[in-house]
Structures are given as C-alpha cells and as structure tokens.
Design a protein around this ligand. Sequence first.
Ligand code: COA
Length: 230
Amino acid sequence: MDPKNDRFSFRCICRTGMECGSFFADRVMIGARCCGSVVRLPDKDGESARRLSFERETSRLKLILAEPRDWKLLLPMFAGKENHHYEISAPEDKKTLIRSLKQCQFPRGFKKSFSLRFRAVLKETAETIGTVSLTTEPLFLTGVIGFMFHHPFWGRGFGTEAVTEIMKFGFEEMNFHRMEAACDDQNEVCIRLLRRVGFEDEGCIRHWVYHPERGWVNRTLFGKLNPAQI
Ligand SMILES: CC(C)(COP(=O)(O)OP(=O)(O)OC[C@H]1O[C@@H](n2cnc3c(N)ncnc32)[C@H](O)[C@@H]1OP(=O)(O)O)[C@@H](O)C(=O)NCCC(=O)NCCS
C-alpha cells in the first residue's frame, strides 16, 4: 500500500470535510484543522465523526466526569493519608486538587493534559467514593488508568466494578489499542485488582523511585491489548 495515497475522508461535527490516513479511521482525534473538537472518526470513508459519550454506569455506581466544582466531594479522599500509603505523591490540599481537576476538565483541560478523571458515585446514597483517571497521548492509541477509592469503602468490590467499566470505556468508546496501569509492587490489593479485571503483568521497574519513608520503590507494570484489535 502506498501510504501517501492511503487517505480517509470524513466530515467533522462542525461539518468541515477532513482527510487523514486510514489508520486513524474509527479512532479519536482532535479536529485541530477545523473546530478543535475531540471526536470519534467514522469507520467508513465519507461518513461523519461524532462526539464522545462519557456516560457510564454499573449496577451500583455512576461514573461521572469530575469538574473543578466537585473539589469538596473529592477532598476527603485526596487529602486522606490512609489512601496514600502506596502513592508517590503526597495527599492533596484544596488548591492542588482544584488545579488538577481543571487540568482534566473536558474538553479544555483534556486537550492539553490528555487526562480525564471520573468520579465514582454510589447510586444508593449519591456519595462520591472514588476516582478513576485515564490518560492518553496525542494519537489516542494508548490509555493509562489510575484509581483511588476512599478507605471506608474498600473491600466491597467498588474498585473492581469501576475499573472494569472504565476499561470498557477505554476500549469501546476511546477505541484505544492498548491500556496500561502500574503500581508499587507492595500494593497487593491493587495488583490483585488489576489481574482480576484482565490486565497482564508486563514486568517490574526496580528501584523506580526513592521514597523518604519507604526507601526504594519497585513499580509493577500491567498492560492489556484491545481484544477487538488483536
Ligand atoms: C486499590 C483500591 C482501589 C482497591 O479498591 P477496593 O474498592 O477496595 O477494591 P475491591 O473491593 O474491588 O477489591 C478489594 C478486595 O475486596 C474483595 N471484595 C469484597 N467484597 C466484594 C464484592 N462485593 N465484590 C467484589 N469483590 C469484593 C475483592 O475480592 C478483593 O479481594 P482481594 O484483595 O483478596 O483480591 C483501594 O484499596 C485504594 O484506593 N487504595 C489506595 C490507592 C491505590 O492504591 N490506588 C492504586 C494505585 S494504581
């Protein structure tokens, strides 16, 4: 195939006619040369792109994109020392939390940071009990997942439920080719969770970082390829 002639045409949501390499058919793209929207391209030549859909839910949880105004709902978790035992970053305060929520806000923050953050909301009580973040790169081929649940809600299957759903979102809605996760090799609960939801071990970075209290931290890496693309 001649890569120069391997073109794919589509209409953006702003109705501008666009062209790109056919490798990007059915993938996510920022319409940088038209309206700047983040769109999912059609899978067939000549068809229209569409907006992404972020509405996700499981039997017990709603997963909602977090906004800067949600900081009060999230602060108890991000400021909680118990939740940071295996983290490299220190617990957050109001200022740093609002800043990081702005960086993940869709679409403005996302277009610079390539990061989204979902809040996990308990359907029964409407409490925010955790977050799952998803970070990609400019070609939208890979998604890196991270998560934190507030400690009073641990051990009830909520983490597994939310991460499973965001992996579905990553593979089905973002159409990532690959998803990744990583954690401290001492974080056994997290490692079991990642294996349970289908991630495979991809090795360990020894002495990844030096932590003042924990000493040298090893980082275990996990990956999963999109089952629809292999
Ligand atoms: C890691 C973390 C997200 C796990 O969240 P969680 O909600 O407790 O996870 P789950 O409840 O799904 O799984 C934990 C255990 O509860 C069990 N469990 C209990 N009730 C369950 C239920 N009703 N359904 C499913 N699993 C249940 C799971 O089987 C699992 O057991 P295991 O550890 O022996 O495998 C949470 O501990 C956390 O936020 N830690 C701090 C931050 C962190 O470490 N993040 C990861 C860094 S990438």
